[in-house]
Design a protein around this ligand. Structure first.
Ligand code: TRP
Length: 329
């Protein structure tokens, strides 16, 4: 059984793009793998978030994941800062991570450009913390998007370097797990290619049916096709892409036909689209509402998750301390 691990950015609520992207694949992966999912709240500190906001974001993400189907009985789900062994491994890995290579990481350069007033050492060592997250459980596979591939490459390098330096064969080199065709790219509602967090562009799993209807209604459309069988402009194609994800093939075909014969009524399409999105999100939203107010459940899940994560993490730290030469008398 492979060890699969993924860190989740704690930047607030999840939208349909997250759900049909990584999240649904995580839910499937729980069946055949030993999965570790954690909320990367230590990484968040690099941008100096307000403490209350940080906590609320961790809660939102945790609630969304649980409501969507990450099952604490099948997977280990935990909050990064609850497993201090990770921080210790991060320190050891930093001793073998070099200024030059860290400074030329794409994510570092981008962040340094975006927040020139706060180019801190945590930002520089973001990749070593991520490597510590992964190596602390000796994960085999890490599902990552394109933007994280370089970090994973660095993790492999750090693992290899540690093994070589100490003459051991201790850390595995984790491989990037690419969902390939299973990864559905969800477009935004504002005509942009990707659903993201900008205003009105995203439908959140926690949105009420009313909010969903309102957002879909506002999506960009036009006067309709000028001639039969026209090529759809991107913003119309996006609506069809969403429809293909949430509706039945018959419904999609119906609107394709209407488009091709220039009889399409966007009002109808949007009504159908909103209705079918609501069908997908409603059960999740209902669970979100339940879980959100159940602090004792959240406490239990995070305590048990941390305990299981620490079982594997503390074993790694014990071994690593021995390897680096911290030995008892
Ligand atoms: N850096 C990842 C992101 O921005 C989050 C993350 C932190 C992560 N630690 C990880 C992902 C370990 C995979 C493995 O999305």
């Amino acid at each position: 059984m492979d060890i699969v691990l993924s860190g989740i950015r704690s930047t607030g609520k999840l939208h349909l793009g997250n759900y049909f992207g990584a999240l649904r694949n995580f839910i499937r992966m729980q069946e055949e793998n030993r999965c570790y999912f954690f909320i990367a709240d230590i990484h968040s500190l690099t941008t100096h978030p307000d403490p209350k906001l940080l906590h609320d974001n961790v809660k939102n993400v945790l609630v969304d994941y649980l409501a969507a189907g990450i099952d604490p009985k099948k997977s280990v789900i935990y909050v990064q800062s609850d497993v201090r062994e990770t921080i210790e491994l991060y320190l050891y890995l930093n001793m073998h991570a070099y200024m030059g290579e860290l400074a030329k990481t794409a994510s570092f350069k981008e962040k340094a450009r975006k927040q020139p007033e706060n180019v801190n050492a945590g930002l520089l060592t973001y990749p070593t913390l991520m490597a510590a997250d992964i190596l602390i459980h000796n994960a085999d596979k890490v599902p990552v998007g394109k933007d994280q591939e370089q970090h994973l490459e660095m993790t492999r390098k750090f693992a290899r370097r540690f093994n070589n330096f100490y003459g051991v064969d201790y850390f595995k080199e984790p491989v990037a797990y690419n969902f390939g065709d299973d990864l559905v790219k969800i477009p935004g509602l504002d005509g942009s290619g990707k659903m993201g967090k900008s205003e009105g562009n995203a439908i959140y799993l926690s949105d009420s049916p009313k909010e969903i209807e309102k957002k879909v209604k506002k999506a960009l459309t036009d006067a309709g096709p000028a001639a039969p069988d026209s090529v759809k402009p991107d913003y119309i194609e996006n609506l069809f892409t969403l429809l293909r994800v949430v509706s039945t093939p018959e419904v999609v075909q119906h609107y394709e036909d209407k488009w091709n014969s220039c009889e399409i009524r966007y009002g109808d399409l949007k009504k159908q689209l909103a209705e079918d999105i609501i069908k997908v999100t409603s059960p999740i939203r209902e669970r979100i509402v339940e879980i959100e107010k159940d602090d004792s459940y959240l406490r239990r899940v995070t305590l048990e998750g941390a305990e299981m994560a620490r079982e594997s993490a503390s074993k790694t730290i014990r071994d690593v301390r021995e390897i680096v030469g911290f030995r008892s008398f």
